[in-house]
Design a protein around this ligand. Structure first.
Ligand code: PNS
Length: 161
């Protein structure tokens, strides 16, 4: 039977660390659905549409990967897709506490869905969307940390401000 995995997140914006995890997941599962959370309290930097475009561009060569967005409870969305796995990346021990809490809560909400923790390449272990935005805003180089398309979008957004 086909194993579908959902990789949820804010992806505001997607970084090379996210892409590294998507590539690793695509090699493990039959289908990987990258899912952008829509209903966030905090105002995102990029709209869901922009984040979708950036992700679609970044995964265009991975045939078993698709990009979508979701509202509401993650486990409900995962079940609706007929998926059985949630992928989450762990960069450092500091991520673990929050991820453990979410994984166990999701397990309580649905026993049919399993969370799989994956490690990005070491070179991305200190990378985050938040830092990328901050560095770009302050005029630093984010080259090699995000796809070229994302780098261009960030640079032009901050240059016009
Ligand atoms: O990239 P992020 O911001 O760390 O992703 C967090 C995300 C989207 C995975 C999490 O906020 C989530 O699953 N939200 C959906 C609502 C939900 O199911 N909440 C209960 C989680 S136990």
């Amino acid at each position: 039977m086909e194993t579908r995995a959902v990789y949820p997140g804010s992806f505001d914006p997607v970084t090379n660390g996210h892409i590294d995890l998507i590539q690793r997941s695509a090699a493990l599962f039959d289908k990987v659905i990258v899912a952008i959370l829509r209903n966030r309290d905090k105002t995102p930097f990029f709209t869901v549409e922009e984040r979708t475009e950036m992700l679609e561009m970044a995964v265009r060569d991975l045939k078993n990967v698709s990009v979508t967005s979701f509202n509401g409870l993650l486990v409900d969305f995962v079940e609706r897709l007929g998926a059985s796995v949630i992928i989450r990346g762990i960069r450092a021990i500091s991520d673990y506490e929050y991820e453990l809490q979410m994984a166990l809560m999701n397990r309580r909400l649905s026993s049919k869905v399993e969370t799989v923790f994956m490690l990005p390449a070491e070179s991305y272990s200190y990378l985050s969307s938040r830092l990328v935005k901050e560095i770009s805003q302050l005029g630093g180089s984010i080259h090699g940390l995000v796809p070229a398309d994302v780098e261009n979008r960030l640079c032009s957004r901050f240059r016009t401000k």
